[in-house]
Design a protein around this ligand. Structure first.
Ligand code: SF4
Length: 337
């Protein structure tokens, strides 16, 4: 028997909201989802009128829904934002080349310009060539560090005010759990922030901080958005995979567990006498770092010198080895520009 929509709109429910369990029709679900993102944006004052905002676009569900919802909210609430899609091509054949085709279609569907920047042009390496050299164990360390900096570089080239990323509530809850298990108090302090990177760098904002992954998938599915859903061919990230499975198990028992973990992460703080690493600019590339040389420069130096393990694991190892390497042959600035 048909169940009426919770919002008393006279339509029948078409789905059950993962976040609340409410029976709801598609139209009311779209509106409720968009209104919640709007509330997140306005409560946290993520944007200012006239901001030029780069949407970090991978072609996956999160960034595709983000582009669609930001475009809708920008028009509906007259935010006055200028939007651009910014994609990073890691150089993963059979994965990123296909997903970038999706982003190109999104560019045309949403009428938002697109800028693509590749690891090859920034670092002289593709992920395919990095995996050939480092194997399948630490490849995501290279990829994650390079992508983070590549987004900053792309944003700098475009001259945007902010970068909006599609990180959702599940991602954030996973990161909280991972940082607790690692005892990484510095990252734990940063990972629940809705705005990061404002210390001298272009800020990153997370409009989906409270949006559940399952709701993003439902939104994309019922809106028939064009997104890419294949997993990366180099995806061995077992540690995050376990954290993800744990969060999904908790969600099955109690959906509010996801937001509860985020709130718990926000409440945890270091005692005053605990020294946290300060953020500064890398002495080589001038991008954000907690050490004299940023992780991207150390990893790149290791690749270029045939020492791919340099920068993996304890930073003291890099500190020991790098000065002699740099003296012997200074890092090429061209590869860092
Ligand atoms: Fe990069 Fe690893 Fe993600 Fe693949 S799974 S895109 S290699 S970080």
């Amino acid at each position: 028997m048909p169940v009426p929509c919770t919002f008393s709109c006279s339509r029948n429910a078409a789905l059950k909201r993962p976040k609340t369990g409410a029976a709801i029709c598609k139209e009311c679900f779209f509106r409720a989802f968009e209104d919640e993102v709007h509330k997140t944006i306005t409560d946290a004052k993520l944007f200012e009128r006239g901001d030029f905002v780069a949407i970090a676009a991978s072609g996956g569900k999160d960034s595709t829904v983000l582009a669609s919802v930001l475009r809708t909210l920008n028009e509906r609430h007259n935010y006055g934002l200028k939007l651009v899609l910014l994609s990073i091509d890691e150089g993963i054949t059979g994965y990123r080349d296909d997903s970038l085709e999706t982003v190109k279609r999104n560019r045309d569907q949403y009428g938002i310009p697109l800028k693509i920047l590749s690891y090859e042009e920034l670092y002289g390496w593709t992920m395919d060539s990095i995996v050939q050299q480092v194997g399948r164990k630490n490849n995501c360390t290279f990829c994650g560090v390079f992508r983070r900096q590549a987004l900053d570089r792309g944003a700098g080239l475009l001259g945007v005010d902010k970068i909006a990323t599609g990180h959702n509530a599940d991602d954030m809850a996973e990161t909280v759990v991972m940082n607790i298990l690692r005892g990484d108090i510095a990252r734990l302090q940063r990972c629940t922030a809705i705005t990061t990177g404002s210390e001298g760098m272009i800020s990153r904002v997370k409009p989906f901080k409270y949006a559940y992954e399952k709701e993003i998938v439902l939104y994309a599915y019922h809106k028939r958005l064009d997104y890419f859903s294949t997993e990366c061919i180099y995806s061995p990230n077992a540690y995050r995979g376990h954290a993800r499975a744990y969060i999904k198990d908790l969600e099955r028992i109690r959906p509010s567990a996801i937001v509860a973990i985020i709130h718990a992460g926000e409440q945890l703080s270091a005692e005053e006498n605990v020294k946290l690493p300060s953020q500064r600019l890398c002495s080589r590339c001038k991008y954000i770092s907690s050490q004299e040389l940023c992780k991207a420069c150390v990893l790149l130096e290791g690749l270029n010198k045939g020492l791919p393990k340099l920068g993996i694991g304890k930073s003291s190892k890099a500190k020991r080895v790098l000065p002699s390497l740099l003296q012997a042959s200074p890092m090429s600035n061209e590869s860092l520009m």
